[in-house]
Design a protein around this ligand. Structure first.
Ligand SMILES: C[S@@+](CC[C@H](N)C(=O)[O-])C[C@H]1O[C@@H](n2cnc3c(N)ncnc32)[C@H](O)[C@@H]1O
Length: 189
């Protein structure tokens, strides 16, 4: 019993760096990893770097696989006009909705497999933080690429292990940053 409790405590500490706990506490939200559902939140410093680099005004940020909504909150705070999260897991969608309500952010959370998601119109910034690999990514990127052109679309892809899913469909790298598993690329068409 004690061994199990120590193990859980250790895991909680490892997965909850103090800065991330403080960030959550300051907003009355819960975005840390403590879940067995394949959810991992974008690190705050990676998100800050990305948000400082991309255009925000008049844009909608869509987080594909939004988890608990950390990026939606950061994007709204950074000046995006609208934020939308697409997330397959019902429980994570509920956590995100609670988190948005706690921060007073008027965002939309859609519980759906991203492969079935119909992209909205207007200028978009689409964020991918490791939600899935090929072949799912290929389907999602094809639908985004074939979307009726109603404004610029930028993609931010962190840890771009399946970058070819974009390059093969005519996307090009506009900029990049970070390193290792936090390397990110900004893609345009
Ligand atoms: C690594 S987490 C990223 C969370 C969030 N984007 C962030 O940066 O904090 C990936 C998320 O993608 C979700 N996901 C996995 N497959 C999906 C799919 N087919 N459609 C929508 N969401 C999916 C998972 O449930 C998980 O919450």
């Amino acid at each position: 019993m004690w061994t199990l409790m120590l193990h859980l405590w250790d895991r909680w500490r490892f997965e909850s760096p103090p800065a991330e706990r403080a960030w959550d506490l300051a907003r009355g939200v819960e975005t840390r990893k403590w879940t067995l559902r394949g959810y991992e939140p974008v690190p705050l410093d990676t998100a800050a770097q990305i948000l400082a680099a991309v255009p925000r005004d008049g844009r909608t940020l869509i987080d594909v696989g939004c988890g608990k909504g950390r990026m939606l909150i950061l994007a709204a705070e950074a000046g995006f006009s609208r934020v939308i999260g697409v997330e397959i897991d019902r429980w994570l969608c509920e956590v995100t909705r609670k988190n948005l309500a706690a921060t007073g952010i008027d965002g939309v959370v859609v519980q759906q497999d991203a492969r079935d998601w119909s992209w909205p119109t207007g200028p978009l910034t689409v964020f991918f933080y490791n939600p899935f690999d090929d072949p799912i990514l290929g389907v999602v990127v094809s639908r985004l690429t074939d979307r009726e052109p109603t404004g610029p679309v930028d993609v931010i892809y962190v840890n771009p292990l399946a970058l070819h899913a974009f390059i093969d469909r005519g996307w090009t790298i506009a900029s990049e940053g970070g390193s290792g598993t936090e390397r990110w690329v900004w893609l345009t068409r």
